[in-house]
Ligand binder design. Structure first.
Ligand code: PBG
Length: 331
């Protein structure tokens, strides 16, 4: 490739940068509304809607969900990922509310599906919004997370979502074997079209802070960490193993999370597997950008730049709290 480039002055790379049209004409990557997935926090009515660490994002009361999805559809955003804010009194050590077939998420999914929007519904399969200790798994007596015991609960949870009509279930807890367990159960129960978006390489990250404020799992977690199951930020080969296993186990799409600090992982995964690959620009990334933009320290153009970086790295889609805002810009 480099043999084709002559030296200066035959080659002046600035020539093509001269005009708006020529810059657009040779641009390699683009961002469209089809690349976006919008995460939504839904709350059982009595909760506070404002999230201090995520200005511009609200917990959407159950009653307002259809209006919200209608807006998403109008903007042309292909899918939403919904996360529940569960009332404190429903949280238990074993997180049973997670598979209540009449719980908040199945209720919401049914309502949305009845209204027949052209918007994909992705549900989060993990226990942390439902456990009194805020961990994504159930605990053994010594306080470690019981991997295989957790799989049984996750499987029931995924089934309750699929049964309500969820288009995509997205296991986000990093237990070993969860994709296989869920895929097997979905097939067995006849949910052949339910897609699995695996949070395959999810790092033990400080960038989830505002999300934990939003769903109220921070207090439950009480300083506890998730390093026993989420990945170590120092590792990259392990991400390849995680993605490999999830594909073997039946994932349709994989995800890397957080996004910006892990662009190298997105790049490697896409190069290695050529499977639909998503990035999650998480709550802390949103808070950083939004906080600086609101103070005038960064211009709004930083949002687009942060998102096109994902496309450049190879991501096919991006979960971002900026989805609505950027969809408006793009239209
Ligand atoms: C938990 C879950 C988390 C996020 C999505 N699902 C947080 C965590 O692992 O504690 C984070 C998303 C964000 O920060 O925007 N299963």
């Amino acid at each position: 490739m480099f043999k084709a480039i002559k030296s200066f002055p035959e080659t002046r790379l600035r020539r093509l940068r001269t005009n708006d049209w020529s810059r657009r004409m040779v641009r390699q990557n683009s961002l469209t509304v089809n690349d976006l997935v919008y995460p939504i926090f839904v709350t059982e009515d009595q909760n506070e809607t404002k999230i201090d660490s995520m200005p511009g994002i609200e917990r959407i009361p159950e009653k307002r969900m259809l209006k919200e999805i209608d807006e998403i559809e109008r903007l042309g955003i292909p899918a939403v990922a919904i996360f529940p804010v569960i009332s404190e009194e429903k949280k238990t050590a074993l997180g049973e509310e997670a598979f209540n077939s009449n719980g908040l998420i199945p209720r919401m999914v049914r309502k949305i599906k009845e209204a027949d929007f052209n918007v994909g519904i992705i549900t989060d399969v993990a226990l942390d919004p439902y456990t009194s200790h805020g961990q994504d798994g159930i605990l053994e007596d010594n306080g470690t997370i019981d991997n295989d015991g957790t799989l049984e609960v996750l499987t029931k949870q995924a089934l309750s979502h699929a049964d309500a009509g969820a288009d995509v279930v997205a296991p986000s807890d990093m237990m070993d074997g969860r994709i296989g367990a869920i895929r097997k159960e979905l097939e067995k129960k006849g949910f052949k079209k339910t897609k699995i978006l695996a949070y395959s390489a999810k790092y033990a990250s400080s960038f989830y802070g505002p999300f934990r404020d939003a769903v109220g799992s921070k207090n439950s977690l009480a300083g506890g960490s998730k390093e026993q199951y989420q990945m170590d930020p120092g590792n990259s080969d392990e991400a390849i193993s995680e993605v490999f296993l999830d594909i073997q186990e039946g994932a349709d799409m994989v995800m890397i999370k957080p996004g910006t600090p892990y662009l190298d992982i997105i790049y490697r995964v896409k190069q290695e597997f050529q499977i639909p690959t998503f990035a999650y620009q998480v709550s802390g990334e949103y808070a950083m950008l939004k906080g600086a933009i609101d103070r005038g320290w960064l211009s709004r153009a930083a949002i687009y730049e942060s998102l096109i970086a994902f496309k450049r790295s190879g991501a096919d889609g991006i979960l971002t709290y900026f989805a609505k805002e950027i969809a408006q810009d793009l239209s």
